[in-house]
Design a protein around this ligand. Sequence first.
Ligand code: LLP
Length: 408
Amino acid sequence: MGPLATQVGTPCYVYSGDDMKARFQSFDRAFSSVAHRVCYAIKANSNLEVLRLFRRLGSGFDIVSGGELFRVLRAGASPASVVFSGVGKTVEEIDYALGCGVGQFNAESAEELKLLEARARTLNRAPRVSLRVNPNVDPRTHPYIATGLQEHKFGIDVRLVPGIFRFSRTLKKARLEGLGCHIGSQILSAEPFVETARTLARHVRELRRSGFRIATLDLGGGLGISYQDKPAPTPDDLARGMLPLLDPLGCELIFEPGRWLVGRAGVLVTRVLFLKRNGRKRFVIVDAGMNDLIRPTLYHAHHQILPVKLPLRAAKIRVDVVGPICESGDFFARERLLEDVVAGDILAIRDAGAYGFALASNYNSHPRCAEVLIQGKMVVLVRRRETYSDLIRGEKSMQIGSLRPSGN
Ligand code: LLP
């Protein structure tokens, strides 16, 4: 990692393609006894080369925007392998997805279903649609990433679902044939998934009794990873809990894992700039910031931090590891026991492959960092570091109107 940091510069993200591959295959294998599709949720890490890797493995894709659709198509995905989720799709995004024949739309409201039908009529398309229900299950995760409780904006109240299916009989183009859900992210127990499967299975049976065809069941993503080397459930644990409930339904199952596939496969590599003491507090100031990895400050997420080369002195010191951004929230660790590092040392911030670069920004006008993908023996720069010119690329002014005097 040291030579790589010199060659590419710091900060940079480094991903293991082999690890992503192994994790995809083990997720896929866990459900091999039933008809299923794994659709990688690209919001976790949408680098084109990462998408190509998953495409080659036979993965489908879960997307939530026109931009994500653009990316997966650029990566060579078949539109039929794409599931379009998201609570606020625009007309332009719907038209784009209809136009290229996206495999499934996950609708999150009756209004969205109506809009989808109207646009499908205009464009003469017959999209497959699934309703994302809100199962009112507590995923016991950070409140910002829980999504399956009634207080959240996501999904449709299960009590409204039968009425929407009855209404769907009047549709000419949109084919409502599935149910879906996504209850949250970084879920560290199989129980909420099993509870959700039980709820969905009940609804599938009820809808079928009323004569509706339910061909697919989308269980969303959300399987957590262990950021602190504590035991975490595996796809096999999920399969063991869910399949006895879902298998008898004979639906095609869809899964939308993001973090589980890529989270542990990435590190953020950063260089120590300065060591500093303020009273009792000791700080290790590094060249990466919350603009590169916002998870510690946004979700109080714990990421292990390791020096790439162990320092000669074995002692550890208690420090805050902080970045250069002008915010007190710009930290990677607080009061953490860290090896006794010195300026110039390279640190790896672990488990940063998911929602790392994907949430990066140019705050404080820092160019976004480079990304490197290692596959087998090949080390590939998959995104170059941004330049100062990249920062101002869109800022060309042109007058687009003038205000009329208000008259008072
Ligand atoms: N499907 C849908 C509809 C989603 O909204 C999400 C994530 C996923 C699948 C994938 O979930 P995963 O398997 O990755 O848990 N930025 C946060 C996580 C936000 C997750 C948003 N939705 C973080 O850094 O923890």
